[in-house]
Design a protein around this ligand. Structure first.
Ligand code: NDP
Length: 251
C-alpha cells in the first residue's frame, strides 16, 4: 500500500494510459489523476456522456488532450478489441499503461438463487472481456519502454465470501490470470503486470453492495490515488506479479 506516496507533478509525462470504466467511481478519479500528472489518457467505458464529462474536466484543467473510446464489455467481440488496438496503434504507436478498472457487481445473493445469465454477464465484464482486450493490446504494450498493466481485484478475490457469487469468482480469476501473465512475461522487463485491490471506497458499486453503510466512513476514490499513481508510474518499475492494496485495511 502506497497511500502516503508523493508523486511528482510530471510523473506520467509522455505516457499513453488506457483506463476502462473511466466514466465513474474509481476509474474516473484515476483518469483525472493520471492526466493531472501528465498522461495522455484513453477513456474507455460504456456511457459516453460520463466519458465526455471526464474529457471536459481534463481539458479544462489544461491536461494533455485525452481520447474517448466507447466500449461495452457485454457484447464486445474479439474484432472490437483488435479494431481498438489498430486505432491506438495508428494514433499513438504504443501503450504505456492499462488500468483494467471496469467492473460489475452482479447480485449479492445465495448461490442457489444465482441467475446463470447474470453470472455470465459478470464474468464477461470482469474477466473475459479484459483478458481478450489484453491479448489484443499486448503488441502495443511491447512497444513501450515501461508498460504497467493493472488489474483491479477485491478482497473477495483473495478470500471467498458467502453470497458474493460471480463477482468473487471473477476476481479470483483476475488474480490468477495476472499471475499467469506476469510469469509468462518474466523476461520482458518492459512490461509489468500486477493486481490492485482498492479496498472499501465511496462509489456507487460500494453503495449497492452495502446499502446500509455510512459512506462518510469510507475513503473517496481521490484519497486512494497515490497507490494508483505509484503502480502506474516509473517508481514501481520492476514490480510484477504482485498483489497490491491501495489502502490500509480498515480497523
Ligand atoms: P462503479 O460502479 O462506480 O464504476 C464502475 C465502472 O465500470 C463504471 O464506469 C461503469 O460504467 C464501468 N462498467 C460497468 N460495466 C461495464 C461494461 N459492461 N462495459 C464497460 N464499462 C463498464 O465501481 P467502482 O468505481 O467502485 O469500481 C471500480 C473497480 O474497483 C471495479 O473493478 C470494482 O470491482 C473494484 N472494487 C471496488 C471497491 C469499492 O469499494 N468501490 C472495492 C473492491 C474492488 P458506467 O458508469 O457506464 O456504468
Amino acid at each position: 500500500c502506497k497511500i502516503d506516496y508523493q508523486p511528482t507533478a510530471n510523473l506520467l509525462e509522455n505516457r499513453v494510459v488506457l483506463v476502462t470504466g473511466a466514466g465513474d467511481g474509481i476509474g474516473r478519479a484515476a483518469a483525472l489523476s493520471y492526466a493531472r500528472h501528465g498522461a495522455t489518457v484513453i477513456l474507455l467505458g460504456r456511457t459516453i456522456s460520463k466519458l465526455e464529462s471526464v474529457y471536459d474536466e481534463i481539458e479544462a484543467a489544461g491536461g494533455p488532450q485525452p481520447a474517448i473510446f466507447p466500449l461495452n464489455f457485454e457484447g464486445a467481440t474479439l474484432k472490437d478489441f483488435h479494431d481498438m488496438a489498430e486505432t491506438l496503434d495508428r494514433e499513438f504507436g504504443r501503450l504505456d499503461g492499462l488500468l483494467h478498472n471496469a467492473g460489475l457487481l452482479g447480485r449479492i445473493t445465495p448461490f442457489e438463487q444465482y441467475n446463470p445469465e447474470l453470472w455470465e454477464q459478470v464474468m464477461q465484464v470482469n474477466i473475459n472481456g479484459p483478458i481478450w482486450m489484453t491479448q489484443a493490446l499486448l503488441p502495443l504494450l511491447q512497444q513501450s519502454k515501461d508498460a504497467s498493466v493493472i488489474f483491479t481485484s477485491s478482497s473477495v478475490g483473495r478470500k471467498g465470501r458467502a453470497y458474493w457469487g460471480a463477482y468473487s469468482v471473477s476476481k479470483f480469476a483476475t488474480e490468477g490470470f495476472a499471475e499467469v501473465l506476469a510469469d509468462e512475461l518474466e523476461n520482458q522487463a518492459n512490461i509489468r503486470i500486477n493486481t490492485l485491490n482498492p479496498g472499501a471506497t465511496r462509489t456507487q458499486m460500494r453503495r449497492s453492495a452495502f446499502p446500509g453503510e455510512d459512506a462518510s466512513t469510507l475513503r473517496t476514490p481521490e484519497e486512494i490515488m497515490p497507490t494508483y499513481l505509484w503502480l502506474m508510474g516509473p517508481d514501481s518499475a520492476g514490480v510484477s506479479g504482485q498483489r497490491i492494496d491501495a489502502q490500509p485495511p480498515r480497523v
